[in-house]
Each structure stands twice: as C-alpha cells, then as structure tokens.
Write a protein that binds this ligand. Structure first.
Ligand code: NAD
Ligand code: FES
Length: 281
C-alpha cells in the first residue's frame, strides 16, 4: 500500500498528490513514469513522475480528471492509500549540454517538464520554459517551473494571462526572434506536441516529445502503446516515452488514442451514476 501524504487542488479537475514511495523516489530519473492502481480491481493509470524527493522518499503526480479512473483517483485524499504504484518505468530522458534548451509544457503536461528543466539546467544548459493552458486558472506550477528556468514564457488560449495563443506560437516567436536553440522538449496534448514539432522542423532544431498513448500492461507485452517512429514500431512503455518528434507518426498516435473512446464514455457514465446515487465506497 502507498499512502497519499498530501493532496492539493491545483485547478478545477487538476489534482496534485504527494505519495510515499521510497523505492521509486530512490531510483526515479527525469522523464520516467509510474503506473497507479487505486485498488486490486482498478485500471492501471500511467502517470509521469512530476517530482521525486529521494531524501523524503516521496514522489509527486499531477492528474487531470478525464475518465472514470482519474475521477476516482481525484476523490481520494491525504491519508488514503493506493494499492499499487509501479515504477519507475520507461527510459530516463537523455540529458546533454547543448547550450540553450526550450522546455514546452501544455496543460497537465506542465508539471512533467519540471524534472527535465531542473536536470537540463544542472548540467549547464540555459533553460527557457514555455508553459501554456486554455485559461488563467489552468496555468499550474508556474513558480516551480520558474525556479528551475532562466526564463519563463506563459501563454493562454484566451489571453486571460500571459501572451494570448498556443505554446507553439510562443516558440515560433522565439525562433523568429533569432534565438539559437540546441534542443526543444515538449510535453502535453498530442496535438500540441505535433504543432511544436512542425514549428521546429523547418529550422532542423532537435525536438523531443514525451508520448502518452493508451497503455495496458506497461511492460512491453500487450502492444497497446505502439507508435510508429521513423517507420519502425516502438512500444512507448519500454522504448520511450521520449522520442524524436520529427520521426513520430502523430496521426497514427492520435487515431490510436481514440480507439476506446466509446468504452471510456460508458465507464464514466456508469461511474457518475453510481456516484450520484451514493453507491460508491
Ligand atoms: P489542453 O488541451 O488544455 O492544452 C494545453 C495547452 O497545449 C494549450 O493551452 C496550448 O498552448 C497547447 N495546445 C493544445 N492544443 C494545441 C494545438 N492544437 N496546437 C498547438 N498547441 C496546442 O491540455 P490539457 O487538457 O491540460 O491536456 C493535457 C494533455 O497532456 C492530456 O492529453 C494529457 O494526456 C497530456 N499529458 C501528457 C503527458 C506526457 O507525458 N506526454 C504528461 C501529462 C499530460
Ligand atoms: Fe503494453 Fe506498452 S502498454 S506494450
């Protein structure tokens, strides 16, 4: 059992959990993820490790309530326990000093760039972070990202905070302003990562993305998380989650992310109905 030591509501539907997990905290590296199960019958939920503190034996995950399992997770509180937290999984991000790096985080993809920015800065890079959300109240972890960045640019789709537009527009602006960039790293919705990839492609700026396909076993056995990268099939859970954005077949990934959409809708409706009638524990 893994205890939730602290829970914070960051924004409507976005929750942060501090979890006691000394073994994972000891081994975790930037870019890695865990698979969480609320109880023995629960769905396996892959979540990027947003922070790990080795001395305290804790990891932090940030979730967005989107489907049945994440709503269920969002209802838990400090003192509750999770039956499984498995990890760290996936390959750690390859860290290298390339001069200037831009870390781009969109929505709930913002917290996962924290360990990346921190790690890339520690080895000597100048780190520019671009974080963006639909509206002001969804801009999360701005202070934490600022604490590990040399510069932070904030965007909102509706212009309620920071510059109006997408994170990819801000990246385009930086590049057109003549910034020499050695690497761009993007985490967030797949459409955003595809847009970032298209911004950097003409300039041949090395661009990495952290992919988040549907996962089932997260051990490389079931094949559900497969993606095409440079024409080769890769399993995100064991070969990734980081890949060269310019080689990723984003259209295939987008269509594979939608394969269980009807089942997910039905499961959420059933969960909401049970919740409404007080039939959930
Ligand atoms: P969202 O749809 O609110 O978008 C967040 C920001 O991304 C927007 O404000 C915008 O700046 C940018 N964006 C969105 N669509 C874009 C487009 N078409 N072109 C350019 N930029 C675009 O995001 P959300 O609802 O917070 O969802 C976040 C997503 O991040 C989820 O799909 C989640 O699964 C994913 N995620 C991925 C990882 C990972 O490791 N890859 C980790 C956490 C979350
Ligand atoms: Fe099953 Fe990756 S989730 S192979």
């Amino acid at each position: 059992m893994y205890e939730i030591l602290k829970k914070q509501n960051l924004a409507p539907s976005i929750k942060e959990f501090l979890i006691s997990s000394p073994e994972i905290a000891r081994k975790a590296q930037p870019g890695q993820f865990v698979v969480v199960r609320i109880d023995e019958r629960g769905e396996r939920i892959p979540l990027t490790i947003a922070e790990y503190e080795r001395d305290k034996g804790t990891i932090t995950i940030v979730i967005q309530e989107a489907g049945k399992s994440t709503y269920h997770l969002g209802r838990l509180d400090s003192g509750d326990t999770l039956s499984d937290v498995i990890g760290p999984l996936g390959r750690p991000t390859h860290m290298q000093d390339v001069g200037t790096v831009v870390c781009v985080g969109g929505g709930v993809g913002i917290p996962p760039i924290y360990p990346l920015a921190r790690g890339l800065r520690e080895i000597g890079n100048r780190v520019i972070s671009i974080i963006g959300a639909r509206t002001r109240e969804l801009v999360i972890w701005e202070d934490k990202i600022a604490s590990v960045s040399d510069e932070v640019h904030v965007t909102t789709d509706d212009g309620s905070y920071g510059r109006k537009g997408f994170v990819s527009n801000e990246l385009q602006r930086l590049i057109e302003g003549g910034r020499e960039l050695g690497l761009v790293f993007a985490v967030g919705p797949t459409l955003m990562m595809r847009a970032v990839s298209e911004v950097t492609r003409p300039y041949k700026i090395r661009t990495m993305v952290s992919l988040n396909p549907i996962m089932v076993d997260a051990t490389g056995m079931c094949g559900v998380c497969r993606v095409s990268v440079g024409g080769e099939t890769k399993f995100v859970c064991v070969d990734g989650p980081d890949f060269d954005a310019h080689q990723v077949d984003f259209n295939q990934l987008l269509s594979r992310q939608r394969i269980y959409i009807q089942e997910e809708k039905k499961a959420l409706q059933r969960y909401n109905s049970l919740h409404k009638h007080g039939k959930l524990k």
